[in-house]
Write a protein that binds this ligand. Sequence first.
Ligand SMILES: Nc1ncnc2c1ncn2[C@@H]1O[C@H](COP(=O)(O)OP(=O)(O)O)[C@@H](O)[C@H]1O
Ligand SMILES: [Mg+2]
Length: 251
Amino acid sequence: MNETATFDRDRNSAATHPKFLSVWDIQAYYGESYIVQGVSFDIHEGEILALLGRNGAGKTSTLRTIARLDNPALRHGEIWLDHKPLHKMKAHEAASNGIALVPEDRRIIPGLTVEENLQLAQIAPPVGWSLERIYGLFPRLKERRKQEGVTLSGGEQQMLAIARALARDIKVLLLDEPYEGLAPVIVQEIAKTLNIIRDQGITTIIVEQNAVAALKLADRAVILDTGSVVYDGSAQEVLEDEALRQRYLAI
Ligand SMILES: Nc1ncnc2c1ncn2[C@@H]1O[C@H](COP(=O)(O)OP(=O)(O)O)[C@@H](O)[C@H]1O
Ligand SMILES: [Mg+2]
């Protein structure tokens, strides 16, 4: 086990040893509330990282900070993606540099068909996967391409939300609780798809309450507790360490 309560960073700045995505000592606030309290981790290209922790641990806030949304506000730290300083960017710049956040509520646009939801994502460069390639990965979306997006099942809406991210030219996919409310068989189907997406070179951070499903998918795990990293190591180790799971994940 690689406990990080006493985790000593071996460097002063992420810029000195940039991994593909490097998050270094980020501290972020909602107003005066100090929420993301110095989070650091690195991801290699093509890795899947499970970002776990109890409700309120700061997982969504960490994803939002990486995507450079205004809230919570980043006041300290660095975020490097492929040698680019995301911490200096606004959300739209982070997006055009390859960050895609799929939020918990999926944000399918009402009044648009599946295909129109995808086309809208491609309206401005940089365009990512073609519709043909997306439909190859998600045959269910192809079958339903003329259907209004919001009338899809929960699992199909999640697929559409992921597909819409791929329709842009992205490097990193940030998934906030993609399995929420989905039946185990659909979770498995989405996990299979995320594996294929990984094989095509996309780097993924998955936040999940269904920690076991996320750990089975992920290469590595980072566990947060009250806005700080308490574990950074292999996903398999977390699956095998019951005491660690009970302590930080309550499972
Ligand atoms: N918009 C907000 N304004 C103020 N506090 C917030 C806001 N969103 C979340 N928080 C607080 O930040 C903490 C972390 O929340 P969040 O990142 O959503 O956790 P998680 O996703 O791990 O459940 C919680 O204490 C939560 O109450
Ligand atoms: Mg959350």
